[in-house]
Ligand binder design. Sequence first.
Ligand SMILES: COc1ncc(-c2ccc3c(Nc4cccc(C(=O)O)c4)c(C(N)=O)cnc3c2)c(OC)n1
Length: 331
Amino acid sequence: FSTKDSFVTNVQPQLDHSGHKITVVGVGAAGIGSAFSILTRSVSNDIALVDSAQDKLEGEALDLQHGSSFLHNARIVASTDYAVTAGSRICVLTAGARLKKGETRFDLLQRNVEIAKNIIPQLLKYSPDTILLIVSNPVDILTHIAWKISGLPKTRVIGSGTNLDSSRFRFLISQRLGIGLSSCHGWIIGEHGDSSVAVWSSVNVAGVRLQTLNPSFGTDGDDEKWSELHQKVITGAYEVNKRKGNTGWATGLNVSGICEGILKNSRNVYAVSVLVQGLHDIKEEVFLSLPAVLGENGVTDVIIQPLENSEKAKLQKSAQVLSKVMKSVKW
Ligand SMILES: COc1ncc(-c2ccc3c(Nc4cccc(C(=O)O)c4)c(C(N)=O)cnc3c2)c(OC)n1
């Protein structure tokens, strides 16, 4: 007999799966920023945290649990045992090796491949129908690698890609025009980072395309120097990392925005890393960011923007570069 039995009558078994469970792998700044944003933006109140660092993991879980009365009765579980991730609709991979002294970016990539080969099979074991959202860098390569390791269809493996770059781009446009961010549209596509492609023809407010009004818009010949906005996007993460060591808040908010689009079957469009082979005359099997329609079953459509030859050429160059890197990765 228990006190509970004296006032609680069970009428049927409680379910374990909320239907909107999200797993976050990695409890560094990106992972915790993601978990915190998912919870505080009410994208989900059913979160699992996994990592290899037990103390950090337990500390972060406890700290979040202590706040769960402010978080719509959030259910936060954490363990180094991936069994806690069972039934996840989305698994967010933020885990990754940190660049060691004198290590090349390729060595780092190779270590991240090893880590992904350890993590992804465990995620799929407990959530065989999950959607993988890869955040770790180099995100386009690691999304491709995650797709290969997971065996999931290409529609269920997504990289955060240039969605955050596009968000930074729109923020800078809105600052320059003094118009609200949600009314300022602009897309950064292709490779995340230095080689991203700004689709200048897509920049518009209320459908008014700035390139129509200023034909040199975004080019070096533009005396208004709009191209500086793209440079600021490219250096954005570096400027933040240099000052505070990580980009946890923006990364986390970006992750929660993409998760929201998926879980709510929004069919909104996000600049995320998807398999682009066959699109824009790209021959190679590579992942790059294009505007993609997301729903609860992952990527449903890809928007093929009319690109200038120079923009298309940059995408195809990135595809060749990434394809070469993929071929030299040791599995
Ligand atoms: C074969 O068993 C096994 N078990 C655990 C791992 C492993 C290795 C590194 C991991 C890992 N990264 C990590 C852990 C420790 C050190 C480093 C580093 O960069 O030096 C990086 C993370 C994370 N949050 O970044 C999360 N999980 C990991 C898991 C692993 O990786 C190959 N293999």
